[in-house]
Write a protein that binds this ligand. Structure first.
Ligand code: ACO
Ligand code: ZN
Length: 365
């Protein structure tokens, strides 16, 4: 693993992703029992990987350029220099760790906490109930012991199996939502909402125990979106990742959109982790509906899938294309329903443990 990291770091100076990790294919994964000493491997592995790294770097750069993450140079040199200055200032992670409730969490990215808290401090203390941040440990413990809250403010809209969701209006719960956005930025590379939270609703997912509602993650959503975005930012705190909570919140975001009688899509660009989570959710949901429609001996259409799921027709087409369930017919992409392929994809989800959002337990609006 150390070898991978070393190679990646030297190349990453030129790549936009500042998290300093990367996706690797199964062919590059070395199982613990197969690992041999670094000294024996380092020479040949490093040189054989450089070619692959260049491809990854080029591909990533192309993807980022396409998604607008690398902006084209400005015509105005002043704006250009301001942008460069901002980029420089935010390139380096300014807080190394946070302490939040019983967790100590390594941060991933820069977040614009005020200077006196974030001037490259090693650790920031955050009250898990009200998200107030402090750089002094004693102060933090004093606050934590007397904090009057035991979870997020707002309206409880979901409660099932020790999971709760609170809906907060950014205007009404400004301080909490600002603190939440600042903390979320520690794990988000490119989202820029910190202080102007008024135009957004926030949905906080919590695990319940007898001490209170422990924040696990959240998503935000514009109150009015000209682009029909139904989710602006989503983040699950690292200790709670890979438990199905991201999927849970994505499902919730679509259930809200479905109840509004609309279709929606997440704000772009998606992060790499955002994309795998969405792709998995879109694929699984569409496969379930396709199976149901086919079992009723009817012919599925993109419009019906969109009505059932609240996904936009474009996201449906892209997902089905990714699954190989679209084909070109007279210059147009049309559904290519192949029951065998559907069953095959469906089997990939067999036995996966999923944290399902039970729509019956959602009290909304
Ligand atoms: N490696 C491989 N697959 C992963 C990973 C990972 N690190 N993380 C999630 N996945 C896959 C899961 O395997 C699962 O797919 P499956 O059901 O087919 O197995 C799917 O993604 C969803 O997994 P969850 O456990 O529900 O995801 P999680 O709770 O970890 O949350 C999230 C995903 C929110 C993207 C989280 O990784 C996160 O907060 N990342 C940092 C912030 C971020 O990037 N947010 C998205 C920005 S884009 C936007 O906001 C619109
Ligand atoms: Zn507090």
């Amino acid at each position: 693993m150390f070898i991978f990291a070393t190679v990646k770091y030297s190349f990453n100076a030129f790549v936009v992703d500042k998290r300093l990790d990367e996706w690797i294919g199964a062919d590059r994964f070395i199982a613990p029992e197969q690992r041999v000493s670094i000294e024996n491997l380092q020479g040949p592995l490093l040189s054989s990987m450089e070619g692959a790294e260049r491809t990854v770097t080029r591909n990533l750069r192309r993807q980022f350029e396409e998604s607008g993450r690398i902006r084209k140079p400005h015509d105005d040199p002043f704006l250009e220099s301001l942008e460069k200055e901002h980029e420089e200032a935010t390139k380096v992670k300014n807080i190394q760790k946070i302490e939040l409730g019983s967790f100590e969490i390594d941060c991933w990215y820069f977040s614009p906490y005020p200077d006196e808290y974030a001037n490259f401090v090693d650790r920031l203390y955050i009250c898990e109930w009200c998200l107030k941040y402090m750089s002094d440990r004693t102060l933090y413990h004093r606050h934590y012991a007397s904090c009057p809250y035991t979870g997020p403010p707002g309206r409880l809209i979901y409660l099932h199996n020790q999971l709760a969701v609170f809906e907060m209006d950014g205007e009404q719960h400004k301080l909490y939502c600002q603190n939440l956005s600042l903390m979320a930025k520690l794990f988000l590379d490119h989202k820029a909402l910190y202080y102007d939270v008024g135009p957004f609703m926030f949905y906080a997912l919590c695990e319940l125990d007898d001490r209170g509602c422990h924040l696990a993650g959240y998503f935000s959503k514009e109150k009015v979106s000209a682009d029909d975005y139904n989710l602006a930012c989503i983040m699950i705190l690292p200790p709670h990742q890979r438990k199905g909570y991201g999927r849970f919140l994505i499902q919730l975001s679509y259930e809200l959109t479905r109840r509004e009688g609309k279709t929606g899509s997440p704000e772009k660009p998606l992060s790499d982790l955002g994309l795998v989570s969405y792709r998995s959710f879109w694929s699984h949901t569409l496969l379930a509906h396709l199976k149901e429609i086919l079992a009723a001996r009817r012919i599925p259409t993109v419009e019906e899938l969109s009505r059932r799921t609240a996904f936009t027709p474009q996201d449906i087409r892209d997902t089905l294309q990714h699954l190989g369930l679209m084909r070109l017919y007279r210059g147009e992409q049309v559904l290519n329903i192949n029951t065998k392929a559907i069953e095959q994809h469906w089997r990939e989800y067999n036995g996966k443990r999923m944290t399902v959002m039970e729509a019956d337990c959602l009290e909304w609006p």
